[in-house]
Write a protein that binds this ligand. Structure first.
Ligand code: AMP
Length: 447
């Protein structure tokens, strides 16, 4: 399958080719033709699958066709542009990235888009809206502020995209979404993207989508290209282990997740003390600080970006090789989102989780969600501090099959076999204190 079979205009194909993309990803191959035919879609696609281009390309195609049809007549008459497509996203970062994609893919077209989100001045956004846009990308709160100030007219929206709808609901945006829905025409095309499908998402979808086409790409599955490991560790030595892994592995770029904003700040300070350039990104940081941290991280000026789930949602970092769960998330779906930051668009990546005793129950929940055991590897030098007795993977062979050969660091890859035999690069010290959960640990994992 190539892009030129999808019904896109030469201008879009050229922009795609400028990006170096030759083959549509599965979500693109499935969604682009269906969207071009005018159908609503409900797509189960996590970030990293190429979903943004999956809706952006057909959206631009449709707008461009109409634009060409209306042609110069309207512009000769001074016809003002109005918002024809509205894209709602849960976070500022995702909104900015979606708009960047629209600009990238639409660079040979004469359509206009802009992005609005909170945390930054509203006036520049109003100025851009006054100028007239065809596409508006927005987070729900700021959008409603603009509507309330009568700076934004949604009455002519023809297409609505809900990107990462599950996260919007998680973040409590359902009321805002309903308010927005009341402001846009019912006769429109609606595209809903969500990594997971809870009953809340299904309820929302059933109320707003008309005979949607279902598109499913690795729903509730972790990206195939991501090698996953669990490093059991005593809670008090997590930071030390992280510094050790970063330094010995000579990682140049690693995204680290903590559960709280305070935890992110604290860890960042400690890493800096260890001589590792790091910055934190979370909801208490100003938008400028968040943008700068992300920019520095992308260009390699800082090695570690420490993030909370919400701030990291939708982050698109090209070829990010390592994601670390410094703490496991309470909500299992967040694990899927977190590790989706790496292994994007067919590239390989590695996701490591530092798991202490208290987190075993979260690990179980995650494994249940993704339908497989995550490979466990003791890190040499930290064995003495491991009080976690995570039940070993029963069929190491099966796990090996699940994990793509040739990816990830070999010392991690061989780790499970090392639970019984020392070997690989982990060295002879790679010894598990116990390979079976004791009564205490089982109780902990249930409680
Ligand atoms: P997304 O899931 O939309 O966040 O996209 C994930 C990453 O895949 C982004 O960095 C895109 O630039 C990249 N990407 C999108 N489509 C393709 C494609 N057809 N081939 C290669 N990379 C792609």
């Amino acid at each position: 399958m190539t892009f030129d079979k999808l019904g896109l205009s030469p201008e879009l194909l050229r922009a795609v080719s400028d990006q170096g993309y030759t083959t549509p990803t599965p979500v693109q191959a499935q969604s682009i033709p269906v969207i071009l035919e005018g159908h609503d879609i409900m797509a189960g696609a996590q970030t990293g699958t190429g979903k943004t281009a999956g809706f952006t390309l057909p959206m631009l195609e449709i707008l461009n066709r109409e634009h060409a049809e209306r042609g110069e007549q309207s512009s000769n008459r001074g016809g003002r542009r109005h918002i024809r497509v509205l894209v709602l996203t849960p976070t500022r970062e995702l909104a900015a990235q979606v708009n960047e994609s629209i600009v990238t893919y639409g660079k040979y077209l004469s359509l206009r888009s802009t992005v609005v989100f909170g945390g930054v001045g509203i006036q520049p956004q109003i100025n851009k809206l006054n100028h007239g846009v065809d596409i508006l990308v927005a987070t729900p709160g700021r959008l409603l502020d603009l509507v309330n100030q009568r700076k934004c007219d949604l009455s002519k929206v023809e297409m609505l995209v809900l990107d990462e709808a599950d996260r919007m609901l998680d973040m409590g945006f359902i009321h805002d979404i309903r308010k927005v829905l009341a402001l846009i025409p019912k006769n429109r095309q609606t595209l809903l993207f969500s990594a997971t499908f809870s009953s809340d998402i299904k309820r929302l979808a059933s109320g707003i989508l008309k005979s949607p086409r279902l598109i499913e790409v690795s729903r509730n599955e972790t990206a195939h290209q991501v090698t996953q490991v669990v490093h059991p560790v005593g809670k008090s030595r997590k930071r030390e282990m992280l510094s050790y892994l970063i330094q010995t592995g000579e990682w140049k770029q690693v995204l680290v997740f903590t559960r709280t904003k305070h935890g992110a700040n604290k860890l960042t300070k400690q890493l800096v003390i260890d001589g590792i350039q790091a910055a934190a990104i979370h909801g208490n940081k100003s938008q400028t600080a968040r943008t700068n941290a992300l920019k520095d991280f992308k260009k390699g000026a800082i090695r570690v970006l420490v993030a909370t789930d919400i701030a990291a949602r939708g982050l698109d970092i090209d070829q990010l090789p390592h994601v670390v769960n410094f703490e496991l998330p309470n909500v299992s779906e967040d694990y899927v989102h977190r590790i989706g930051r790496t292994g994007r668009a067919g590239r390989s990546g590695e996701a490591m989780s530092l798991v202490c005793n208290e987190e075993v129950k979260h690990l179980r929940g995650i494994e249940k969600l993704i339908g497989k055991k995550i490979h466990q590897v003791d890190v040499p030098g930290f064995e003495a501090d491991i009080s976690v007795h995570v039940e070993p993977v029963k069929q190491a062979g099966r796990v090996q099959q699940n994990r793509r050969g040739g990816q990830g660091r070999s010392q991690h890859r061989s780790g499970q076999r090392n639970a019984q035999q020392s070997g690989g690069n982990s060295g002879g010290g790679n010894r598990r204190r116990s390979s079976r959960p004791g009564r205490r640990e089982r109780a902990a994992s249930q409680g």
